[in-house]
Design a protein around this ligand. Sequence first.
Ligand SMILES: [Zn+2]
Length: 510
Amino acid sequence: MKLSRTASSRHETKRIPTRRTQPAAEDLEGRLLLYSTLAPTAWTYSDRITFSFMPDGTNIGGLSSSLFSTMNAIAPTATWQNQIEQAAALWQSYANLNLALVPDNGAPFGTPGNQQDDPRFGDIRIGAAPLGSGVLAETFLPPPTNGGTAAGDIVFNSQITFGINGGVDLETVAAHEFGHALGLGESTDPNAIMYGSYDGLKDNLSADDIAGIQSLYGAPQFDQFNSNGHHTSLFTPANITSYVDPVYGQAILKSLDITASNQSEWFTVTAPAMTTGTLTVNVQSTNLSSLAPMVTIYERTTTFTNLASISAPSQYGTTLTATVPATAGETFYIVVRAAGEYGAIGGYGLELNFGTDYQAPVSPPPTVVAQQPDQGGGPPTNALLAGPSNGLRGPTFSQHFHSRTTTPNTWNLPPDAVLARIGTYSGWADRMLAPNFTPNTPTPAFGPAPVAPGTGSDPTAPAIPIAHATPTLSGGLATPAVDRAISAWIGLGTIDLGSSNPTDTHRKTH
Ligand SMILES: [Zn+2]
């Protein structure tokens, strides 16, 4: 059955107007932490992990990405992109990491290049392709499991009609996939964004999600001015006059951070002798993070006078520019805070310009990591039998983020199902969609797909015996037969390649 708009609206959940952006002081002691991590998968430089939207036509394993045409059919580009950016901001708000939106030049998915900070596109590239029945999206695991540009990439199922704040909620799915892209596995906590099955709109991380992401990256960290709680009020501003170049009248402060949703970061500066009549202040999270910033400039004589105030709620990664009159010797107060109540905190840079010369944007921190070999969990000869009858079904494939159902895990593998341990199937992730893999188009958004037995898309059909294919590695790629089988299974979206063996490593999840 196709999810209609009518059906969708029935399930729509109103957003809660106030959302916490800080981990509440919840007592984690004594409760079970149900998250899982894909450790050692994590990004080398968490201070700036980039993401990008693949332009339509980007080659994803032989298919043409259709992210824009798919999502534009449900909402204006700015709207659906904002939902995905908000999902990124969620994770950034709770851990010591920044997620920054960057352009994408449309180079083929998995093309050779930097593991992190490839100049052509984001570390986490986002596209859409037909993924078959039941799958909402799939994510390639971050490095070092995937060592090249495919690491962390997210593919939405173009056969799903996503919703904005309802239906199959785009932000909820995006947040789940970002969690994978950052190194989290599925959680068994039904309240968690990382719960393996979509069961409704979730617009904030759970305590379990927060514990999981902080186990990988740590909690948000205050910057050099705000450590120990300093410079958080107008009475204790950080004096940054010494940062101003006396000739050009410019200052650049990098690696600043709004670390708490209720935090104000106060600066004071005295205009240098060369001041030519104005002070221009840039607060930049563009290209640096998903912070939605706010800036206010005061002049202090006998009282504080508000000279300028700009706020950018829900603009995740932007630059605020304010220009106010300035004379030499005049003292200003600048306060930066989070504009929105949701997903709004994170890194930024601050620029001051008392002169008239051009000032380039704040450059990002160095985060380049060259491509590395993919890492697997073991040799391909360790392919394991797995099925309901042999006890080898593990938690890794009992949880899937594949269908809107309140009764997950209803998929039953046929008794003779065979799962290939990923092992050293190096590069298979790059061949998620083999050229001769035909997706089941059109596929209903929900419910079983009407497919012929034997294709692997029918739960009653024989499984494809990929473990019997005697995989031969050639140039790091499995044989076409294995590749096809894996692709077909991935196309199902209901089977994780894996086993109950804890040493297994999965390249891709959903
Ligand atoms: Zn998942």
